[in-house]
Design a protein around this ligand. Structure first.
Ligand SMILES: *[C@@H]1O[C@H](CO)[C@@H](O)[C@H](O)[C@H]1NC(C)=O
Ligand SMILES: *[C@@H]1O[C@H](CO)[C@@H](O)[C@H](O)[C@H]1NC(C)=O
Ligand SMILES: *[C@@H]1O[C@H](CO)[C@@H](O)[C@H](O)[C@H]1NC(C)=O
Ligand SMILES: *[C@@H]1O[C@H](CO)[C@@H](O)[C@H](O)[C@H]1NC(C)=O
Ligand SMILES: *[C@@H]1O[C@H](CO)[C@@H](O)[C@H](O)[C@H]1NC(C)=O
Ligand SMILES: *[C@@H]1O[C@H](CO)[C@@H](O)[C@H](O)[C@H]1NC(C)=O
Length: 267
């Protein structure tokens, strides 16, 4: 037996990440520094990484300076969500520079104990990636509103995660189609391809796979931010040449509003 206070202390020792809210300001600051580092093509700018820091690009571990970070990119758009429960963030970066176009989705994971970043897990797409056209991606992304939702209109983490999982389950489970909280209007931005027509009846159900015996989109990694109704999931899209993949979802009032995908088939 223990009193409330001593029990909380005992619990905090076992599950520190559950009780302590992560510092969102720090998560955003680190993500913004990451974007700045990408703009400068200089990873040395990144302070506050742990000793065992790992960088992954398209599901391969590599030196931070061996990947896209060695290039100076013109940043046309960047948007970050932060998960104060798991101490992580996700940033969408679009560089529509014709000479070296990139669309990047980067999850950054921090140790709750000291807030140092221990993993940058990044999906990096460029010319040749699935439906890639950074000019179009930028065009459509800028039309959308992924802004902060009023507190009384926010969905729970569970709702956001279940919606994301149901969507990714469609490829392997036909009944998952009915578990997705489809919204109207809803638009999907897949590479540079957009399903939205700007109509109030735009639907995300168009062209949803009817072959539901495909691979399960496994190895899912999540970043969830209730304040903007968003869930980022990185996974392996096995049925498209084992493609490293990023899906980001935005829900409004429990319903799916936007889906963004970045998919890099392994040729
Ligand atoms: C949160 O992080 C910011 C930026 O690193 C820092 O200035 C602030 O002191 C931190 N807040 C707390 C409560 O630790
Ligand atoms: C990234 O976006 C933020 C606004 O959210 C902006 O202040 C910042 O300048 C952008 N970074 C770059 C390198 O463009
Ligand atoms: C790549 O993906 C597979 C799952 O298909 C996973 O087991 C493996 O750990 C991943 N590799 C890296 C470096 O993340
Ligand atoms: C991207 O899409 C735009 C608009 O449809 C088109 O003009 C341009 O040629 C495309 N760019 C590439 C590299 O395919
Ligand atoms: C398929 O999806 C439905 C709806 O989400 C779920 O109830 C069922 O358990 C799933 N089946 C499998 C095999 O995962
Ligand atoms: C939306 O409505 C228009 C007519 O206003 C119709 O042409 C179109 O097919 C509808 N789209 C969907 C997805 O139902």
């Amino acid at each position: 037996m223990c009193g409330l206070y001593t029990c909380l202390i005992a619990l905090a020792a076992v599950f520190p990440a559950v009780l302590a809210e992560c510092n969102r300001t720090h998560l955003f600051e680190w993500a913004h520094n990451f974007v700045d580092a990408q703009a400068l093509g200089f990873a040395g700018y990144l302070d506050g990484a742990s000793d065992d820091f790992v960088y992954q690009e398209n599901n391969k571990t590599m030196d931070l300076t061996a990947g896209v970070m060695r290039k100076m990119l013109k940043i046309d758009h960047n948007r970050t969500i932060a998960d104060s429960v798991t101490c992580s963030s996700y940033t969408e970066i679009i560089s529509a520079d014709a000479a070296q176009p990139y669309v990047i989705g980067a999850q950054i994971h921090h140790n709750p104990s000291d807030m140092k970043a221990y993993l940058v897990d990044s999906i990096v797409s460029t010319t040749g990636s699935w439906l890639f056209n950074a000019t179009q991606t930028l065009h459509y992304a800028l039309q959308e509103n992924w802004g902060v939702l009023p507190e009384n209109k926010r969905d729970t983490r569970t709702t956001l995660k279940n919606a994301a999982d149901a969507y990714l389950n469609i490829w392997s489970n036909k009944s998952a189609i009915d578990a997705v909280p489809w919204g109207t209007p809803c638009a999907r931005l897949e590479g540079g391809a957009y399903t939205g027509k700007g109509e109030p009846n735009d639907s995300c159900k168009v062209g949803i796979p009817t072959n539901n015996n495909q691979a399960p989109n496994s190895h899912r990694r999540y970043v969830i931010d209730e304040t903007v109704g968003s869930a980022s999931v990185l996974c392996i899209f096995e049925h498209l040449q084992m493609a490293p993949d990023s899906h980001e979802f935005r829900l409004e009032g429990g319903k799916l509003r936007y889906v963004h995908t970045i998919t890099v088939p392994q040729k």
